[in-house]
Design a protein around this ligand. Structure first.
Ligand SMILES: [Fe+2]
Ligand SMILES: [Fe+2]
Length: 180
């Protein structure tokens, strides 16, 4: 369910122009922004589950597991790979404007580590192992809040800058690379 967003694009619809997702699949920046919008609809679900754990309410660990699979799979791999490629282009071609963006790849690496720890904890719970639930709730919140802040920062800083500075033919070439 959660990966269908990515699969739909990679399997290619009948039309390459305006899709149901209302974004241009031929522009890497449009793809990145669409993935941000999709993530922003899923992250509140993770925060809600963390609240349920804290309040000893109805917790759906399968849903948590599926959400984490999405964020550590397509989001953490394909999405960050696209962004790292855009950063790389900016660093090479417009280094003065890219100067403030050097921490982004490190942030991506930190997400990888945090997500693998979080998934291990949730998998242990699904296997009925004894895992302190309050620590899992805190870790889920920490991840979701950091991801939200990261996406907001990219939408406010690096993406508008890339929008301005990257020629459309470069954006289309990069988009094609990620589709084939
Ligand atoms: Fe990012
Ligand atoms: Fe991003």
């Amino acid at each position: 369910m959660l990966t269908s967003f990515f699969n739909r694009r990679s399997t290619g619809g009948a039309s390459s122009s305006a899709s149901n997702d209302d974004h241009d699949v031929e522009d890497i920046l449009a793809l990145i922004k669409a993935e941000h919008r999709h993530s922003m609809t899923l992250l509140p679900l993770l925060l809600k589950q963390a609240d349920e754990i804290e309040q000893a309410g109805e917790v759906d660990y399968e849903l948590i597991h599926e959400l984490l699979a999405f964020f550590s799979g397509p989001m953490n791999k394909a999405h960050h790979a696209k962004e790292d490629q855009v950063y790389g282009w900016m660093r090479k071609n417009v280094p003065s404007q890219a100067a403030g963006l050097h921490d982004v790849e490190d942030i991506h690496k930190a997400f990888t580590l945090q997500l693998s720890q979080l998934r291990q904890q949730v998998e242990a719970i699904l296997l009925d192992q004894d895992v302190p639930r309050d620590r899992v709730a805190a870790a889920l919140k920490d991840f979701a809040e950091r991801e939200i802040n990261h996406i907001r920062a990219e939408e406010a800083g690096f993406l508008p800058m890339a929008d301005l500075l990257m020629p459309m033919d470069v954006r289309r070439d990069m988009s094609r690379k990620h589709h084939h």
